[in-house]
Ligand binder design. Structure first.
Ligand code: GUN
Length: 283
C-alpha cells in the first residue's frame, strides 16, 4: 500500500477562506479581529513562526500587532504589555511566542494572558476546561490535526490512537481531544519501554517528539493514519518530520507530509481562534 497525502496547504487555504469571510463580516460590524503577538529574544525559528502568523493575519483581514523584546528583556516589561493588551477591547487574541529566555517563568507569562484572549489555548484555565470537555480555545496544533482527520473522514470513535509526545502544547491536548471524540488513547514518550508495541496496534498515530525520522514504517500498522507534527532541520538544511516518510508511506493509508502537512494548519487554527474570540466579543 502507498499512503495518500493529507494536504495541509490545500486544507489551510480552504479554512482560511472561511476565516476571511467571518473576519470581513465582523469588520463590517465595526469589530475587526485583532491578534497581538509578543516575541522575546532572537530565536530564528520563533522569528519565522511569528512572521508567518503575522502574514496569515494580513491575508485573512485580521489586524496584527507585533511587539518585540531583546533576549535580556525584564519580565516586568512583558507583563506590563500583557496587562495593557488584556485591557484593550480592540485586541481579541494575545500570543507570547515560546520558548522564552530563561529569566522568564513561561507558566506565569501564559497565565498573565486573559483566558478570553488566550488564542493559543495554553492558559491553565482553558486547559482545564478542555480536560473537562467544556468549550474554551482549542490549542492550535491538535485542533489542526482534528480538522485534518475530520476532513478525511477518519473514524475516531473507537479507534486505537497513539500519541507520541507529552508536551503541554501538543501531546497532552492532542490526547485529550482524541479521547473526547471516543478514541482509545495511549500516550507514549521518552520513557516508554517498547514504543513499537504500542504504535503497531494504532489506527491513528500522532508523532510529536521532535526527533527527525524517528517513526519508521516497520513500527506502523498496515493501513494506519500517520500524522507528523515534527518539524526538524537536517544537517543539509532541509526540513523533515518525526516520521520517516518514505518507509511509513509504504505501510500507512493516509499520511501528512513535512513540510505542507500539520504546519500550515497550526497557524490557520490560530487565525480561527482569533476570529472566534472577536465573535464572542461582538455578541
Ligand atoms: N512555540 C512553538 N509552538 C508554539 C505555539 O503554537 N504557540 C506559541 N505561542 N509558541 C509556540
Amino acid at each position: 500500500m502507498t499512503a495518500r497525502n493529507i494536504d495541509g496547504v490545500a486544507l489551510s487555504a480552504q479554512v482560511r477562506g472561511e476565516i476571511a469571510q467571518r473576519a470581513a463580516e465582523l469588520t463590517a460590524q465595526g469589530v475587526q479581529p485583532s491578534l497581538a503577538v509578543i516575541l522575546v529574544g532572537g530565536d530564528p525559528a520563533s522569528a519565522v513562526y511569528v512572521r508567518n502568523k503575522v502574514a496569515g493575519c494580513e491575508k485573512t483581514g485580521i489586524r496584527s500587532l507585533k511587539f518585540e523584546y531583546p533576549a535580556d528583556a525584564a519580565p516586568e516589561e512583558v507583563f506590563a504589555k500583557i496587562a495593557e493588551l488584556n485591557a484593550d477591547p480592540s485586541v481579541h487574541g494575545i500570543l507570547v511566542q515560546l520558548p522564552l529566555p530563561k529569566q522568564f517563568d513561561a507558566d506565569k507569562v501564559l497565565e498573565a494572558i486573559s483566558p478570553e484572549k488566550d488564542v493559543d489555548g495554553f492558559h491553565a484555565e482553558n486547559f482545564g476546561l478542555l480536560l473537562q470537555g467544556r468549550k474554551s480555545f482549542y490549542p492550535c496544533t491538535p485542533w489542526g490535526v482534528m480538522k485534518m482527520l475530520d476532513t478525511e473522514k477518519v473514524e475516531i470513535k473507537g479507534a486505537e490512537a497513539v500519541v507520541i509526545g507529552r508536551s503541554n502544547i501538543v501531546g497532552k491536548p492532542m490526547a485529550v481531544m482524541l479521547l473526547a471524540r471516543g478514541a482509545t488513547v495511549t500516550v507514549c514518550h521518552s520513557q516508554t519501554k517498547d514504543l513499537a508495541f504500542h504504535t503497531k496496534r494504532a489506527d491513528i498515530v500522532v508523532a510529536a517528539v521532535g526527533r527527525a525520522k524517528f517513526l519508521t514504517g516497520d513500527m506502523i500498522k498496515p493501513g494506519a493514519v500517520v500524522i507528523d507534527v515534527g518539524i526538524n532541520r537536517l544537517p543539509d538544511g532541509k526540513l523533515c518530520g518525526d516520521v520517516d516518510f518514505d518507509s511509513a508511506r509504504e505501510v500507512a493509508s493516509l499520511i501528512t507530509p513535512v513540510p505542507g502537512g500539520v504546519g500550515p494548519m497550526t497557524i490557520t487554527m490560530l487565525l480561527a481562534n482569533t476570529v472566534e474570540s472577536a465573535e464572542r466579543a461582538a455578541k
